[in-house]
Design a protein around this ligand. Structure first.
Ligand code: IPE
Ligand code: IPE
Ligand code: MG
Length: 247
């Protein structure tokens, strides 16, 4: 869906922030240094997205599969998330940003879960940018959850299985109440979804860049937005422009 303020601006941007490890390795630094530099890039992007009037920003911070990384990297990333939240939540709140965390919380530490819940509660009434952070998230996990919820509702007799349609199912996903992403950005030069928002990306415009995540700055974001503004979205139909051509 287009943005009310500017029809060329996406309402919802989803980002796979990839390339932190390579950024560090190229500098002869430990991978953690790349994740720390990535944190700075997140701050820049959140500020820019808010300033431009984007409504929803969904950031892929840690996937279901990232649990399979070496234990020290996983621990360092979890410590970084905790530190970043402790540092940033009050400031994000001051800027009217609403925080939302998606993913399998059961796998996260208690302090991390607590700070996420507190941050969601604190910022729940904010009306600025809505920032969805995907931690321990997988598109397939999201689908399994959605299926389970519907199964429970039908087993209880609360839902007639014959009445299940796209809307019923869509509402069960963690971003069920949010418009689908208009623009997907993946940095780091890999051309894949890596189990991000599988359901929600059905008609999203995809943008891939070789830029490594820590180098993704204001200009790089502008380039992605300009590219998006030039896209012709059809949603399986015939665009207005072409329709005029044949009329
Ligand atoms: C993305 O950067 C951050 C996370 C997955 C947590 P990577 O750590 O995947 O960086 P590369 O792909 O190894 O360069
Ligand atoms: C995707 O990056 C996940 C995040 C950015 C959090 P990965 O580095 O984990 O993806 P693959 O392994 O290249 O597919
Ligand atoms: Mg990677």
């Amino acid at each position: 869906m287009k943005n009310e303020l500017d029809p060329g601006l996406p309402r919802h941007v989803a980002v796979v922030m990839d390339g932190n490890g390579r950024w560090a390795e190229r500098r002869g630094l430990p991978r953690l240094a790349g994740h720390q530099a990535g944190y700075r890039a997140v701050k820049t992007l959140v500020r820019e997205a808010g300033r431009r009037g984007i409504r929803h920003l969904t950031l892929f911070a840690f996937s279901s599969e990232n649990w399979g990384r070496p234990a020290d990297e996983v621990a360092a990333l979890m410590a970084l998330f905790l530190k970043a939240l402790r540092r940033e939540v009050a400031d994000l709140h001051r800027h009217g940003i609403r925080l939302d965390f998606i993913g399998d919380r059961d796998k996260l530490s208690l302090p991390l879960r607590r700070i996420m819940e507190d941050a969601q509660r604190l910022t729940a009434a904010n009306e600025g940018l809505m920032l969805h952070v995907a931690v321990s998230y997988g598109g397939r996990w999201d689908m399994v959850n959605a299926a389970k919820r519907l199964a429970v509702a039908t087993a209880r007799g609360d839902l007639d299985p014959r009445s299940i349609d796209e809307r019923t199912l869509a509402a069960q996903f963690t971003l069920g109440a949010v418009p689908d992403p208009d623009l997907f950005i993946r940095t780091g030069g890999e051309y894949r979804i890596s189990n991000f928002l599988l359901w929600n990306l059905a008609y999203t415009e995809l943008y891939f860049t070789e830029t490594l995540w820590p180098d993704f700055d204001k200009r790089a974001f502008s380039a992605a937005l300009s590219d998006f503004a030039g896209r012709q979205r059809q949603f399986g139909q015939v665009s207005a422009a072409r329709f005029v051509d044949y009329a």
